[in-house]
Design a protein. Structure first.
Length: 202
């Protein structure tokens, strides 16, 4: 049976995952319907997993656990991410930004940018899901789920302009029963991730 893990998203302030596309007088925009897309969530979690396992992004090898979970060039991983939602959980606002010169401390010429950012609306709880795509034996499911949960906990920020106090987020399992049903209980996740890290260091 394929499993699905659901995670909550809590934001400590605005975040901006830009599309790179100008529109309506704005230099950059966010996706109005999906301001926190699956690609950003997956990328943030993979980066966190690399830190947890103390490996470079491509160092795990084609058969490594990181590539098995997240995929590698030319191959998809065993899991798929959804966008965070639903749409009404987010508020979109316009922002103006400038850039300061490191030499003078003054605003540089032609540096004013009009962009967008997103907030989590008051009283709303966005979620995203990670869905199993490939058949895995019980041992690999347990390893994968443990690393996914640990990586989710390790994510602290998404998007751009993080040095301006933006992007602070936290991801947590929406239902710990989903995690525990595959044998990755809270007290074993640290041991599983440590074991994976030690195996990768050999």
């Amino acid at each position: 049976m394929m499993i699905t893990l659901t995670f909550t998203v809590d934001a400590g302030g605005p975040f901006a995952v830009g599309t790179g596309q100008p529109s309506g007088g704005l230099d950059d925009t966010v996706r109005s319907q999906t301001p926190l897309p699956a690609s950003e969530i997956k990328g943030a979690m993979r980066a966190a997993a690399c830190v947890l396992l103390d490996v470079n992004r491509g160092a795990a090898g084609p058969g490594g656990v990181l590539n098995a979970i997240f995929g590698a060039e030319g191959s998809s991983g065993a899991w798929a991410w959804t966008d965070a939602g639903p749409e009404d959980c987010f508020l979109i606002e316009k922002r103006s930004r400038t850039r300061l010169s490191q030499q003078t401390g003054m605003v540089t010429r032609e540096s004013l940018a009009a962009t967008q950012s997103a907030w989590v609306a008051a009283g709303k709880q966005p979620t995203f899901a990670i869905e199993q795509l490939a058949h895995l034996d019980d041992g690999h499911i347990k390893e994968h789920v443990a690393l996914l949960v640990a990586a989710a906990h390790a994510v602290t920020a998404v998007g751009s302009w993080r040095n301006r106090g933006m992007g602070a987020v936290s991801f947590r399992p929406a239902d710990w029963n989903e995690v525990q049903q595959v044998g990755a209980a809270r007290d074993t996740i640290v041991a599983i991730v440590a074991g994976l890290a030690n195996a990768g260091a050999k």
